[in-house]
Unconditional design. Sequence first.
Length: 169
Amino acid sequence: MTTKRLVRAAILLAVALILGFLETLLPPVFPMLPYARIGLGNAAVLLALLWLGVPYAAVILVLKSVVIGLFSGAPTMILYSLAGGTLSFAVMALLLRIGANGLPAVSAAGGILHNLGQILVAIAVTGTAGIAVLLVYLSLFGAVAGGVIGVIVYFVDRATLRARKEDRT
């Protein structure tokens, strides 16, 4: 573990927390789906996955989910966030590992799986399988929101590429 990697991880965690907290303050994008969020904090997790690898990014994901859940006044949100985040993280890590091109597509897949994880938890908690009908809408929303996050991450990655190359020399 180098100091530079640790500092980058700390900065990305701070960015994930700030964006996640800001997003909890924003009104819902779709009032009929009040829990559908864009997932701005996930941009930092995806950047960590690209720049630092799976172990660092996984720690950032878990800390983001727990801290935001505790401080937002909705500790049950931790379970939903971890379930969705874990599925999303796993598919994005796998797609990046097999060399999938296109961060927007990778992130869109992550957005869809994030919603699937949350729906599975909701079904387990409520015992109501009918909640799965929301998956149609949430998958579409997750794909679009994930694609937008992927575009943002792509441009941040490209904009910082030169600085990261200079750090290695």
